[in-house]
Design a protein. Structure first.
Length: 105
């Protein structure tokens, strides 16, 4: 995959993730606690879901930042395990992939 196209995909994903993280953090900070116990239980479950989504988004964002740093090297499309080229199809699906399909399995 062409370096500039991959970089564009990564930057788009980075922006989307930053927006998602901002929304999650805003939602978590702006909510009030209900006085009814059954509603508190649901709110607590929602908080756990939001915390999981936040953690997942931050993990993916870190992977994208790592990929953006790698993109300026000659090895941006090379598997970190076997050094084979990562297929264009895989990079289109997962622009921050660092392993080829075989090593990922």
């Amino acid at each position: 995959m062409e370096r500039s196209a991959l970089k564009e995909l990564l930057l788009t994903e980075q922006q989307e993730l930053n927006t998602r993280i901002e929304k999650i953090e805003k939602n978590r900070s702006n909510r009030s606690i209900s006085k009814q116990f059954d509603e508190q239980s649901v709110e607590r479950e929602n908080d756990e879901v939001l915390a999981g989504l936040d953690m997942e988004a931050k993990f993916e964002l870190k992977a994208i930042e790592t990929a953006l740093a790698r993109i300026d090297t000659d090895y941006f499309d090379r598997c970190t395990k076997c050094s084979e080229t990562i297929s264009d199809e895989r990079l289109k699906a997962i622009p921050h992939a660092i392993t080829c399909r075989n090593c990922a399995e």
